[in-house]
Design a protein around this ligand. Structure first.
Ligand SMILES: Cc1ncc(C[n+]2csc(CCOP(=O)(O)OP(=O)(O)O)c2C)c(N)n1
Ligand code: SF4
Length: 246
């Protein structure tokens, strides 16, 4: 049997995300990329308000928790003050899109040279599964008990496509986690996004379609099936923009 990959040095402990949650996989991919790029001791991770706050004291790297949604502004400051530092903003979709839309878009608009990873799980996970801009039409959530009504709340938002088509940023991609091959692809997107920052090409963003079995009311396996069958047709996977490195 193939030997498992060792846990990145800077992950200190297990983090109690719910069983089947995508956060743990994405955090692991992010930390593997940071280690493989040689930035373990020169990185700052912007943490959000949301389930990722469970990462408190779990990562042996510099972190900064912005007020809800405001990491676009906080990371701008940090990257401008420390241009040689790898700056990675890890944010839920509620945080980066609904609540922090202005900061997220303004940082991309200015082509700030840091990397954003957004976790698209289609709801506000930590607070009990309220509807988000990414919730699907008809999706039952804590605040759309009869299903999301697009007549009242609009269609789900595709922020990566908006950024890629509107602004002169370096790299934009969307990945998922439903097979080992997809996980590998998502890791390669995260790594390329970080490399674009290291090369000074510009702003980079990777969205990851991620299961939230607890609030979706599905098993971990059914959650992955939902991603394949319902989410991927609306949120297409792959590289959306890649200006390449130096
Ligand atoms: C200004 C403000 N509004 C609301 C909250 C409450 N709040 C904390 S976490 C959260 C939801 C986070 O959802 P998301 O960013 O999608 O992350 P997830 O938990 O799904 O990973 C909310 C609304 C807050 N802390 N601050
Ligand atoms: S509530 Fe959802 S996003 Fe939060 S830890 Fe549980 S499964 Fe993950």
């Amino acid at each position: 049997m193939a030997k498992g990959k060792k846990v990145p040095e800077k992950i200190l402990r297990q983090v109690p995300f719910c069983p089947g949650c995508g956060h743990g996989i994405i955090v692991r991919l992010m930390m593997e990329c940071i280690e493989e790029l040689g930035y373990n001791d020169n990185v700052l991770i912007g943490k959000p308000v949301g389930c990722a706050s469970l990462l408190d004291n779990a990562l042996a790297v510099d972190t900064f928790t912005g007020a809800h949604g405001r990491n676009g502004a906080s990371m701008t400051t940090i990257k401008r003050l420390k241009p040689d530092m790898l700056v990675v903003s890890y944010q839920g979709d509620g945080d980066a899109y609904n609540i922090g839309f202005s900061e997220t878009m303004n940082a991309a608009y200015r082509n700030e040279k840091f990397t954003v990873i957004t976790i698209n799980n289609g709801n506000f996970g930590m607070t009990g599964g309220q509807m988000a801009w990414t919730s699907m039409p008809g999706q039952v959530t804590a605040t759309s008990v009869n299903g999301r009504n697009v007549e009242l709340s609009g269609m789900p938002i595709r922020v990566p496509e908006m950024i890629a088509s509107s602004f002169d940023t370096a790299y934009v991609a969307r990945g998922s986690l439903f097979t080992p091959a997809e996980i590998k692809k998502t890791k390669s997107y995260i790594k390329k996004a970080m490399q674009a920052q290291i090369d000074g090409v510009g702003h980079s963003l990777v969205e990851v379609l991620s299961p939230c079995p607890t609030n979706w009311g599905l098993t971990p396996l059914a959650s992955m099936e939902r991603i394949v069958n319902e989410l991927v047709p609306y949120f297409p996977l792959g590289e959306i923009k890649n200006k390449g490195g130096k």
